[in-house]
Design a protein around this ligand. Structure first.
Ligand SMILES: [Fe+2]
Length: 422
């Protein structure tokens, strides 16, 4: 599936003296310079006011000028980028060090579903940091000093103009797939965390070809930008030492009326992967739980399979220690029998919460398997996974800095045991 793009004229960053560029960059960069991981290595990116503002990066003492990422989509500010060679030991912009990728990262933060929802009658209070707390979530995560940040998708939620009667919540907010909306929903609140660690970005359904795909592909996808939307962009593997992430695009997946053509595409993409002890990062949970809005007390949660679930169940991808997702606006950590990898749902990064799950979910059946243990939380926060001798130690931390849930996740078998919750 492809869509033509309305592009502004291509502009190439001019050649300027590096020192001049570095000096001017301080005033004209609209974001920190962030580092993101891709299949072929890391890339540095920054959003600037105009193409001529691209700063230079000092890599191991050598000054390199960042280039404008082209084509610049209509409505977006230019991004500048520079590939970071794997051998790079130090990188800085205007004297400020950049957070380069760690081989074998020992502390990974996972966040997801972070924007402020303005669509139809669903209006979140974007002006109340307790009701849209993404800035607090990101700042707290930055202070925890991660080696890597994984965002599981759904960045842009400001899709409709703020209704007049909701002006106290969102009056004057920018909307749509524009720089101003991306800045308000993601770049400004994520600022500290963008600078604190390298990121791996996953695409959510809010970044589908019918929604905010331009900002997704231009700013966040690590690959070259072609100016068109691909509804099924190819999965890729991020390798940091022995640590592997499969980044899987499920932006076109649906939860109703599953589409056999989509399922066939996802089956082909899964069949082409070959990984060991990897995390499978996909916006939609393979096996998640949710409750319908306004569900009666006592209602059991339902499953939320997509075409990716159907494809996986027919031919499971091997070599996966953990499935990392979002989409449902809760924290869930679900461990199954029948050899399924543990499922983490980290959709609690800032967007209005989903219905809380019932008190007891262990023992529930999900698509033929039994939930051996399960934890959930109905509270905003970030999930950190810290490497241990036997796997990963997980902690969910809320915006007050309180640890809400903990668990030990064994690898390679990825059996999860709930140690305690408080
Ligand atoms: Fe989503």
């Amino acid at each position: 599936m492809s869509f033509p793009m309305t592009s502004t004229p291509a502009v190439i960053c001019g050649i300027v003296f590096a020192a001049l560029a570095a000096g001017s960059a301080r005033a004209q960069m609209l974001t920190p310079v962030w580092i993101e991981a891709g299949a072929t290595g890391a890339v540095a990116r920054v959003v600037v006011t105009a193409a001529a503002d691209c700063p230079s990066v000092t890599l191991d003492g050598t000054v390199k000028l960042m280039a404008v990422r082209l084509p610049v989509p209509a409505g977006l500010r230019p991004a500048c980028e520079l590939a970071i060679p794997a051998s790079t030991q130090t990188a800085s912009v205007a004297g400020k060090p950049l957070a380069l990728p760690h081989p074998d990262p020992s502390r990974v933060v996972v966040i997801g579903d972070t924007g402020c929802r303005i669509k139809g009658t669903a209006i979140q209070d974007c002006n109340d940091p307790a009701l849209w707390p993404f800035h607090s979530v990101a700042t707290g995560a930055a202070k925890s000093k991660p080696d890597l940040v994984v965002h599981v998708g759904d960045y842009l939620y400001r899709e409709d103009p703020c209704p007049a009667e909701s002006a106290a919540f969102c009056g004057g907010t920018p909307v749509g797939d524009t720089w101003a909306a991306w800045d308000a929903d993601f770049f400004t609140p994520a600022r500290d965390l963008l600078a604190a660690a390298p990121w791996a970005f996953t695409r959510g359904n809010h970044e589908s070809c019918a929604r905010s795909w331009r900002g997704w592909f231009y700013y966040l996808d690590p690959r070259p930008f072609g100016g068109e939307c691909d509804g099924f962009s190819a999965p890729y593997v991020v390798k940091l030492g022995r640590f592997q992430l499969v980044i899987f695009d499920s932006s076109s997946a649906t939860e109703k009326d599953l589409n056999l053509d989509s399922q066939a595409i996802y089956a082909g993409q899964l069949a082409g992967l070959n990984v060991e002890h990897a995390w499978f990062v996909e916006h939609h949970p393979l096996w998640g739980l949710k409750l319908a809005a306004k569900a009666e007390p006592g209602t059991l949660p339902s499953e939320s399979p997509t075409e990716v679930t159907e494809a996986w169940e027919k031919a499971p991808l091997t070599g996966i220690d953990l499935i990392v997702s979002g989409h449902t606006h809760l924290f869930e950590l679900l461990s199954f029998d029948q050899g399924r990898p543990t499922q983490l749902v980290a959709g609690d990064g800032g967007t209005e919460m989903a219905m809380p799950l019932p008190a007891k979910i262990a023992g529930l059946k999900l698509r033929g398997a039994t939930l051996k243990s399960g934890q959930d939380a109905h509270e905003f926060g970030y999930t950190a996974l810290t490497r241990t001798d036997s796997g990963w130690s997980l902690a969910l931390t809320n915006i007050a800095g309180k640890i809400l849930r903990t668990a030990e996740i064994a690898a390679p078998s990825a059996k999860t045991t709930a140690l305690k919750s408080n």
